[in-house]
Design a protein around this ligand. Structure first.
Ligand code: DX5
Ligand code: ZN
Length: 223
């Protein structure tokens, strides 16, 4: 079954634990934590302390997306904060293999991601070393942006590469602009984990209803 990973970027930070618990009770599979440094991306968000607060609020896997320069300097802090997955951007890692190795050494599952304009072949050689490959379907930095439609072809091509290499357990995650209209095609293209921020935490009918509708949309049922 497709996994749903609500991104807390769009949550009410004053009631963060409560909202994470609500997402878990509504059937979320992972909790996605967006870390931004104001340098690699224009926005500044959260760090290890908030990650630790999320870890304490839920039994779900905590999926940390590092949108930061020099991620190597901060890997152990996020591992100590309780991250289950640590995903780094290809664009921020000169020695990507070393970084991925360091994440695994910390006992955390490594993930790799790339910006919409970065070609897929830049991560091809690292795929057999990671547990997750994330296709960014918006330019990272903010929630609530529109899905870039060429991401569908990228997901499809990534799935082709993964199948060709026989990497059966590698998750294909998509992040950015996922909602009732875009989720289905992302899954048809091969996505196994959907990150959604504004479509879940910003839904007018609340978190539980948003997750229920997203599941229906993925199943191809009318919503
Ligand atoms: C964007 C972040 C996303 C963001 C997605 O840079 O990586 O995880 O929270 O937000 P939505 O789902 O609103 O596009
Ligand atoms: Zn993200």
């Amino acid at each position: 079954m497709v996994k749903i990973a609500p991104s807390i970027l769009s949550a009410d930070f004053g009631r963060l634990a409560e909202q994470v618990i609500e997402a878990e009770e509504a059937g979320a599979d992972w909790i996605h934590v967006d870390v931004m440094d104001g340098s690699f991306v224009p926005n500044i968000t959260i760090g290890p302390a908030v990650t630790e607060a999320v870890r304490s609020a839920t039994a779900l896997p905590v999926d940390v997306h590092l949108m930061i320069e020099n991620p190597d300097q901060h890997l152990s802090a996020f591992a100590d904060a309780g991250a289950d997955y640590l995903t780094v951007h290809q664009e921020t890692c000169v020695h990507l293999h070393r970084t991925i190795d360091a994440i695994r050494e910390l006992g955390v599952k490594p993930g790799i991601t790339l910006n919409p304009a970065t070609p897929l072949n830049t991560i091809e050689d690292i795929l057999s070393y990671v547990d997750l490959a994330l296709v960014m379907s918006v330019n990272p930095g903010f929630g609530g942006q529109s899905f870039i439609s060429s991401s569908i072809e990228k997901i499809n091509n990534l799935k082709g590469l993964i199948d060709q290499k026989g990497l059966k357990n590698l998750e294909i995650q998509v992040d950015g602009g996922i909602n009732l209209h875009t989720a289905g095609s992302a899954v048809s293209a091969g996505a196994t984990v959907l990150v959604a921020g504004s479509a879940i935490f910003g839904h007018p009918k609340g978190i539980s209803e948003a997750i229920r509708l997203l599941r229906k949309a993925v199943a191809g049922e009318p919503v």
